[in-house]
Design a protein around this ligand. Structure first.
Ligand code: CA
Length: 224
């Protein structure tokens, strides 16, 4: 597994590289946003937001626009970074400095695990159809009423999760646990943001809120 570490503070970057090498990762280290955008393909990006040349958020968004590579954002304590904005930029997780090395490695492994086998393994090649919604898990293409829909990786994962069991109510806790993981920021606001975005991109009635319980995907074409 090859990690790209984007960090301009060498007192952090060097020991981090040493530790990650010891954990068995290959590590490419760059100290600028431009370096991150010019780097070779990798399996995961650890991205410090406070970079000398470019706004880390811009780097994050550009990396995400180019690929589905998992991104863990590193922020400084006290940064007024809205977590929701990080999600919209396409980050998969984040850590706040100062972070423990063990915690970081656990997060890296969790994000890599999710990226490698996020979707349920049963029937991976079968096209999913619920009413006007069509998902091809092989190509990750999604269309609604014949119109292609562009989703972020997390929106896609959430939609596939709900669409594999249409009409079934999934609790917020279960969704967070299965689509993100238990440690995900401890807030379910993340989930609401993704649900709202999917409703906007598909149709508002596609995902139903079951008050006090959770959400379910419904066949909106056949609803009254
Ligand atoms: Ca920095």
């Amino acid at each position: 597994m090859r990690l790209l570490v984007v960090e301009d503070d060498l007192t952090i970057a060097e020991p981090l590289r040493t530790g990650l090498l010891r954990e068995g990762f290959e590590v490419d280290l760059v100290d600028t946003g431009a370096g991150a955008l010019a780097a070779d393909a990798c399996d995961l990006v650890l991205l410090d937001l406070g970079l000398p040349d470019l706004d880390g958020r811009v780097v994050c968004r550009q990396l995400r626009e180019r690929s589905n590579v998992p991104i863990i954002v590193v922020t400084a304590r006290g940064d007024e970074i809205d977590r929701v904005i990080l999600l919209e930029l396409g980050a998969d997780d984040y850590v706040v400095k100062p972070f423990g090395f063990r915690e970081l490695v656990a997060r890296i492994r969790a994000v890599l695990r999710r990226a490698g086998g996020n979707e349920p393994q049963a029937q991976p090649d079968v096209q999913i159809e619920v009413g006007l919604l069509q998902i091809d898990p092989r190509t990750r293409n999604v269309s609604y009423d014949g119109r292609p829909v562009a989703l972020t990786p997390k929106e896609h994962d959430l939609l596939v999760y709900l669409a594999r069991d249409p009409d079934v109510v999934h609790t917020r806790e279960q969704i967070i646990k299965d689509v993100w993981d238990e440690n995900w920021w401890g807030s379910t606001k993340t989930l609401d943001v993704h649900i709202a975005s999917l409703r906007k991109k598909l149709a508002p009635e596609t995902i139903e809120t079951v008050r006090g319980v959770g959400f379910r995907l419904v066949d909106s074409a056949s609803s009254p």
